[in-house]
Design a protein around this ligand. Structure first.
Ligand code: 8YV
Length: 330
C-alpha cells in the first residue's frame, strides 16, 4: 500500500474539512489554532508532503530554502497568494494552488456593506443606543450621504470587482472601472460600466472608490500618496482586497486632514497591527475598520476547504490540480 502523504494544516479549518482531510491523508492539525511562527513553519516544510497555509503564514524564499525534498505541493487556503513567494516555490519545482471563485460573492457583499456603512454612518449610529442615552430624533442629525446616482470607481474588474459592480448597479450607483485591460464588451454592457484607462483620472472623478485587485509586486502601493491626492474631499475609499495596495500612512493623513470624507477598511498594511491613528479616526466615525472579514462566512470557509481538498487529491492522484497558480497570474 502507498503511504498516505503528510498534509500539514497551519491553522484550524472547518470541522467537516478536517474530518475529510484526516480520512484521505495523514493530516497534521493545528488544534488550538495559534499561528505558526517561522520556526514551526520551517519544521512543517521540512517534513510535509503538502503544506496548507493561510493568509497569516509568510512562506518566503528563505523558508522555502529549508524545505525538505519530500515537499511537493503548497495548497493555499485562500485566494490571494501574496503570502507565498510563488516564483521561489515554482523554481524549486513545487506546485502551488489557491481557492478562487468560492469567495467572490461573500467578499463583494462585504464590500457593498462597507460602502453603505461608511456612507450611511452605520457603525456610528449603531453605537448610540447601546452606549449612550438616545435623546430623540432631529431632522438634521446623523446625516450620511446618499449613494443612489453616485459614481463608484472599481479598481480591478476581476471576479470580485464584477460581483461588486452587479450589486452596486442594483443600488443605483454608476459603475466606472480601471483594469489592466477592458473587460469583455458584453460584461461592460450588462454592468453599464465605463472603462478608464487612466487610474489618476478616474480617481479624480469618483464619489466612491473600491479597490479589488490582487497584491503583487506590481500593485504594491498602487494607491500611493500621489495617486490618493487625486481623490475629492467628499469621496469614500473602500478596501476589502489587501492592505499593501494602499499607502496606509498617506491615507491616514488625508483622512485626518479631511482630504477625503471616509474609508472602509477590512485589510491593513501590517495585519493584525492597526495604527493608533486609524483607531482614533474610527472612534471619531471617520473610518469603519473590520478585522479581515471579507470572505468570512461558514459556507465560504467550507467551500474554500473543499477546494483545498480537491487540489490535494487531484495532485496526489497524479493529475493537474484545478487551481494551479502559474507565473503569468502574478
Ligand atoms: C482569507 C483572503 O481570509 O482568500 C483570500 O485572499 O484574503 C481571505 O479569503 C484568507 O485568504 C485565508 O487564508
Amino acid at each position: 500500500v502507498r503511504k498516505k502523504p503528510l498534509v500539514v494544516l497551519t491553522r484550524k479549518l472547518p470541522d467537516v474539512i478536517e474530518t475529510r482531510m484526516c480520512e484521505l491523508f495523514n493530516t497534521q492539525l493545528n488544534l488550538d489554532d495559534t499561528p505558526m511562527d517561522k520556526e514551526a513553519l520551517a519544521k512543517a516544510l521540512a517534513t510535509a508532503d503538502v503544506l496548507v497555509p493561510t493568509v497569516t503564514d509568510r512562506i518566503d524564499a528563505e523558508l522555502l530554502a529549508v524545505a525538505g525534498p519530500q515537499l511537493q505541493l503548497i495548497a493555499n487556503f485562500g485566494n490571494g497568494v501574496d503570502n507565498i513567494d510563488v516564483n521561489a516555490a515554482l523554481e524549486r519545482g513545487l506546485t502551488v494552488t489557491n481557492t478562487p471563485g468560492v469567495l467572490t460573492e461573500d467578499t463583494a457583499d462585504m464590500t457593498m456593506a462597507l460602502i453603505l456603512a461608511v456612507a450611511r454612518r452605520l457603525v456610528e449610529g449603531s453605537r448610540i443606543i447601546p452606549e449612550s442615552e438616545w435623546d430623540g430624533w432631529s431632522p438634521t442629525w446623523m446625516l450620511g450621504r446618499r449613494i443612489t446616482g453616485k459614481r463608484l470607481g472599481i479598481i480591478g474588474m476581476g471576479r470580485i470587482g464584477q460581483a461588486l459592480a452587479r450589486r452596486a448597479k442594483a443600488f443605483g450607483l454608476q459603475i466606472h472601472y480601471h483594469n489592466r485591460r477592458k473587460v469583455a464588451a458584453q460584461v461592460e454592457e450588462t454592468l453599464e460600466a465605463t472603462y478608464w484607462d487612466s487610474l489618476d483620472q478616474m480617481l479624480a472623478r469618483m464619489d466612491i472608490v473600491s479597490i479589488n485587485c490582487p497584491h503583487t509586486p506590481a500593485t504594491y502601493h498602487l494607491l500611493s500618496a500621489r495617486r490618493l491626492s487625486h481623490l475629492q474631499p467628499h469621496s469614500i475609499l473602500v478596501n476589502t482586497a489587501r492592505g499593501e495596495l494602499i499607502d496606509e500612512a498617506a491615507l491616514t493623513r488625508m483622512l485626518e486632514a479631511g482630504q477625503i470624507a471616509g474609508a472602509g477598511l477590512d485589510v491593513f498594511e501590517h495585519e493584525p497591527a492597526v495604527s493608533t491613528k486609524l483607531i482614533r479616526l474610527a472612534k471619531a466615525g471617520k473610518v469603519t475598520l473590520l478585522p479581515h472579514m471579507g470572505s468570512a462566512t461558514t459556507e465560504g470557509r467550507i467551500d474554500m476547504g473543499e477546494k483545498v481538498l480537491i487540489n490535494i487529491k487531484t495532485f496526489m492522484d497524479g493529475h493537474r490540480p484545478p487551481d494551479r497558480v502559474l507565473p503569468g497570474m502574478l
